[in-house]
Design a protein around this ligand. Structure first.
Ligand code: PLP
Length: 508
């Protein structure tokens, strides 16, 4: 039991007063749809209008209170408005808000905290680039690697998500993201991520197949690959489905890179800042990358990202190699420095290492009696529950995972999907969540599963396999991110009031 004075969250969540979307939420959704582009995604998944948030809970404008197992997609490892982060930001707001790249006390404080927190031999031997978003950090890291190596060519994995900026989008694997980009790609060499549940190169047996394939790409003059500057890897696939690779993967990748003078870039944007029970997920494998990209929770909830690289990688970079007006915003630095301290000084990492496996077991126990769940895996507070039409053929069942998302929302729990077919529900609550809210969330999870079991499309255990999307001969079905999930009304279509035509746009 969490003592009342230790609760960070609204203690009575989940609380549904008006089934979402309630009336006030609907009005705000209409306003949003009138003015904003319809290309936004999240209101389709979670049609709620947040009014306030505390710890691991969100209250919407209709008075509903939700348990937040989304945490801003791992931006909120310390929950909403952690009192220590609020205090740090408030104090900084009374000093200075914007300072370009000039030295400030808060900048120095952040850098010292970060230095103490870096993985392996990067600690005390790293240099830092400030950036703003995850994709921004990725692009900087790849440019830096190519500059240091004097050559180009980035290995990126299938299932990878590295952002949708001009260059980062081509390192991301999803076709749907490439389709909307107008910017050219640098040389990207795509290699299957070792997914033990959906093995392509024998990943169910370990990393040997993946490494053999990489060796072939580098050694065979007819492999089609001209040069490789760096390997870019997520230690656990995030958007790609919360896929935990075989234990030998990262050490073998490190060795492969060392053998060939290739740089190893770790994308710790989603896995970092304690999410997996270590400060950085590469620490589970005792691997030190040459370059690490950090974002999301590194700003304690405010926009901040960082690239840390081996100090001896390049002797000198041209001044202005990397620029941007908003880099290292002092408010974000204050929040980030306090977040790093929270992780370094408290027992949050240890608690996540302790609670994560227990949670994994709870999800597994629930899954055991559910033939629609094919795999439960994870590390720390990064747990994926993958839905399949049947366990034998493993055809991914995105519609079922999305129906679960809606059924959970109706019960006051926010949980999002991931994976190529949106077939995996992912648990990514704040690390500071109270045990009671974990229990209530698990109860809602079981109830939501039971409620869907009654639906006619539920297969019987051992039933016939549906075709596997993406198999040769089968059309690939991209995740329908903008289509509302079953049971959730669409957000209203935009309309302009007829009586007040909008003024013609001024040309600039
Ligand atoms: C692993 C990973 N890398 C990069 C990004 C891109 O970050 P951003 O959305 O801040 O550009 C994300 C975003 O989800 C991510 O999960």
């Amino acid at each position: 039991m969490t003592r009342p004075e230790d609760w960070l969250s609204f203690p009575d969540a989940p609380r549904i007063l008006h089934p979402p979307p309630g009336p006030r939420t609907q009005a705000l959704l209409q306003d949003q749809a009138r003015w904003e582009t319809d290309a936004i995604a999240y209101p389709h998944y979670f049609p709620i209008a947040p009014k306030a948030a505390q710890g691991s809970t969100i209250e919407d404008v209709d008075g509903n209170r939700y348990i937040d197992w989304v945490a801003g997609i791992c931006v909120l490892n310390f929950g909403h408005r952690h009192p220590r982060i609020v205090a740090a930001v408030e104090e900084q707001s009374r000093a200075i808000w914007h300072a370009l790249e000039l030295p400030t006390e808060v900048r120095a404080r952040f850098l010292k905290e970060l230095e103490e927190s870096l993985p392996g031999t990067l600690r005390n031997h790293a240099r830092i680039f400030f950036t703003v978003t995850g994709g921004d950090a990725i692009e900087t890291a790849v440019s830096l690697a190519d500059f240091a190596q004097g050559k180009r060519g980035t290995v990126a994995f299938s299932g990878a998500y590295h952002g949708v900026h001009g260059g980062a989008v081509h390192l991301t694997s999803g076709r749907r993201y490439h389709a909307t980009s107008s910017f050219p790609s640098g040389p990207v060499i795509r290699v299957p991520y070792p997914d033990p549940y959906r093995p392509v190169l024998g990943a169910d047996e370990g990393a040997a197949g993946t490494i053999a394939y990489l060796e072939h790409l580098v050694n065979d003059p007819y492999s089609g690959v001209d040069s490789v500057s760096a390997v870019l890897v997520e230690p656990i696939l995030g958007e790609g489905g919360y896929v935990v690779p075989p234990d030998d993967f990262l050490p073998a990748l490190r060795e492969f890179c060392d053998r060939h003078g290739i740089l190893l870039i770790a994308d710790e944007v989603q896995t970092g800042m304690g999410r997996t029970g270590r400060m950085w997920a590469v620490e589970h494998a005792n691997v030190t990358p040459d370059i690490v990209c950090m974002a999301k929770s590194i700003g304690g909830g405010l926009p901040l990202s960082v690239v840390a690289y081996r100090g001896d990688l390049v002797r000198e970079l041209p001044r202005g190699f990397h620029l941007g007006t908003y880099r290292a915003n002092p408010l974000a630095l204050a929040a980030g420095a306090e977040s790093l301290r929270l992780l370094r000084e408290g027992d949050l990492l240890e608690r996540t290492r302790h609670r994560g496996p227990k949670l994994l077991e709870r999800f597994r126990a629930i899954a055991e009696r559910q033939p629609t769940i094919g795999s439960v895996r994870g590390r720390g507070f990064m747990i994926g529950v993958e839905f399949v039409r049947d366990r034998k053929g493993r055809p991914p069942w995105g519609d079922r995972a999305k129906a679960m998302r809606s059924a959970l929302l109706a019960r006051g729990v926010l949980m999002h999907t991931c994976g190529a077919w949106d077939q995996t529900l992912r648990f990514m609550s704040p690390l500071v969540i109270e045990d009671e809210l974990l229990e209530r969330g698990l109860t809602a999870f079981e109830e939501a599963l039971d409620s869907l079991e009654a639906l006619p499309e539920t297969p019987r255990a051992g039933g016939p396999s549906a075709p596997y999307p993406g198999r040769p001969g089968e059309p690939h079905r991209p995740p329908d991110h903008t289509i509302p999930t079953p049971g959730v009304p669409p957000i209203p279509a935009p309309h302009l009031p007829a009586e007040k035509p909008s003024a013609p746009r001024e040309e600039r």
